[in-house]
Design a protein around this ligand. Structure first.
Ligand SMILES: [Zn+2]
Length: 68
């Protein structure tokens, strides 16, 4: 198990999600982050900028079907 970093209050609910989508603050490209990667750092696949979790929005709320 990884240690969950202390982030903003909303972070707690992230842990129950399988994945959520982060938008690159620089170019706006979307990147899907999976639950086991929440504590890792991510780089935008498009422009290479580091993705800030604060800009993430989750889309797993109402049991959204995730293509696997
Ligand atoms: Zn980008």
């Amino acid at each position: 198990m990884v240690t969950t970093p202390k982030h903003c209050p909303g972070w707690e609910s992230f842990k129950n999600l399988k994945s959520f989508t982060c938008k690159c603050a620089k170019c706006g490209a979307e990147k899907e982050i999976f639950s086991d990667e929440f504590t890792k750092s991510h780089l935008c696949a498009k422009c290479g900028a580091p993705i800030d979790f604060a800009t993430c929005s989750y889309e797993a709320g109402a049991g959204a079907p995730s293509p696997r």
